[in-house]
Design a protein around this ligand. Structure first.
Ligand code: FRU
Length: 469
């Protein structure tokens, strides 16, 4: 590979060039998964935000399309979502050809510089060709700012209320809390309620929320509210917390005051879920930005910056009466597997930079797995008592930011039964018990990982080389 392509993931989505952050507007339409993303094509650091656009039929082969939304006189195009307006409630399409509607934040840089407080507002754009091309609504903004600077990242979904009425609900991040707005036409929005004061983690600003219905293992309806937080995560910097509770009459009521984290690694941020998936599949599909604002803009890649996580399927599980969200690798990833290799000896050679490793845990209190390269750099995965750790302190380049070199531990009070690891050219994603505990971590080894050593506490280790989609 060309030096300029060093660290380019083999099976994770990256933009061909330029800067990328949050996934936006995730929507499934007519057999295609759309992935829009915060994008600045002209540099490898954050700048005037566009919505980049990629599509996939299978969540592993991504085709990058042309830019969907460009910044304009109202501002940069910040994060947001997309919905299929099947009944043409917005009037932006027709009954025969209903529109896909994107709801996003305008960030007015000039307003910010002049000291104004109302420089973030919500706007819409629509597509009449199944998400290929977009027109901004001429009546923008649809939700002006009420004087709180941080007012962004609308996630809209259609919710059927107890009385059988459907309405659009916008979940919006407002400084250090969430506001819910309601609408019948996606244009006119009314504040319904607020959530977040005195509950949850507040070490930073709340961003990129998502509100999701789930069925619990014992068949009850519950709602999960994802809220990204920057900084203030369980590691240093950005991370995603979530709340479990009920959503009724436009109000979210949490079951408890526990702080829960979707991923204990340092590098999964601003993740949200796909809209408009076929109902009968009953899946909640998630993707996150595989980075952290702490050092994202200094990562050692040359022509592009950032990748998305692998797509994950979210569900609820129960640990001794406490509900938690499980993030499992999407089953579509199985299509990447090449011929399995059973690792018998203590030490094995890695056939490629892109591998998946499965292992059974036979000592739930202590286990260890180690990757290394010819330069003696090492990546350690271990469990000691109730802490699962990814230690990247010796795992290669780290001089680009003082906080990158670290060991990241996650508490696990229940039994660890198996591991599933996805390794790519510059990342590792560790799923314990198929996603009951997850750690996502970026890595920049000076030369690719060459060896894997199965330490103690693990058994029946299988390796699948993964193909380039
Ligand atoms: C989260 C975020 C969002 C914002 C976007 C700007 O990473 O800060 O809150 O809309 O990135 O690019």
């Amino acid at each position: 590979t060309k030096v300029s392509e060093t660290y380019r993931p083999i099976y994770h989505f990256t933009p061909s060039k330029g800067w990328m952050n949050d996934p936006n507007g995730l929507i499934f339409i007519d057999g295609e998964y759309h992935l829009f993303y915060q994008y600045y094509p002209d540099s490898t650091v954050w700048g005037p935000m566009h919505w980049g656009h990629a599509v996939s039929k299978d969540l592993v082969n991504w085709e990058d399309l042309s830019i969907a939304l460009y910044p304009d006189s109202l501002g940069y195009i910040f994060s947001g979502s997309a919905v299929f307006d099947a009944e043409n409630s917005s009037g932006l399409g027709t009954a025969e050809n209903p529109p896909v509607v994107a709801i996003y934040t305008y960030h007015d840089m000039a307003g910010e510089k002049s000291g104004a407080k109302d420089y973030q507002k919500q706007a819409i754009a629509y597509s009449l060709d199944k998400g290929r091309t977009w027109t901004k609504y001429e009546g923008n903004p649809v939700l002006p700012n009420q004087g709180i600077k941080d007012f962004r990242d609308p996630k809209v979904s259609q919710i059927t209320e107890a009385d059988g009425n459907k309405r659009w609900i916008m979940t919006l991040a407002v400084l250090d809390r969430i506001q819910f707005f309601g609408s019948s036409d996606l244009k006119d929005w009314t504040l319904l309620s607020e959530f977040g004061q005195g509950i949850g983690a507040h070490g930073g600003v709340w961003e990129c929320p998502d509100l999701l219905p789930f069925t619990t293992p014992d068949g009850k309806q519950k709602w999960v509210l994802l809220v990204s937080l920057n900084p203030g995560g369980p590691q240093n910097g950005s991370a995603t917390q979530y709340f479990i509770g009920d959503f009724q009459n436009g109000t979210f009521t949490p079951d408890d005051t526990m702080i829960r984290w979707l991923d204990y690694g340092p590098d999964n941020y601003a993740g949200v879920t796909w809209a408009n998936l076929p109902k009968e599949q009953n899946r909640t599909l998630f993707i996150g930005w595989m980075s952290n604002w702490l050092y994202a803009q200094r990562l050692p890649t040359k022509t592009w910056r950032s990748a998305m996580t692998i797509p994950r399927e979210l569900s609820l599980f129960d640990v001794d009466g406490t509900l938690l969200v499980k993030s499992s690798p999407a089953e579509e990833l199985l299509a990447l597997r090449l011929q399995a290799i059973s690792l018998s000896g203590k030490e094995s050679v890695l056939p490629s930079e892109a591998v998946e490793i499965l292992a059974e845990v036979d000592n739930e209190d202590h286990f260890q797995l180690k990757f290394s390269n010819e330069l003696g750099e090492e990546l350690l995965i271990s469990k000691e008592m109730n802490l699962v750790t990814i230690d990247r302190r010796q795992a290669g380049k780290a001089d680009f930011h003082p906080d990158f070199s670290a060991a990241h531990a996650a508490p696990m009070s229940w039994k660890a039964k198996n591991l599933r690891i996805f390794l790519d050219a510059s990342s590792i994603e560790l799923f314990v018990n198929e996603g009951e505990l997850v750690l996502t971590s970026l890595l920049f080894p000076s030369t690719p990982w060459k060896k894997v050593e199965i330490g103690y506490g693990l058994d029946e280790v299988q390796l699948y080389p993964l193909k380039k989609p």
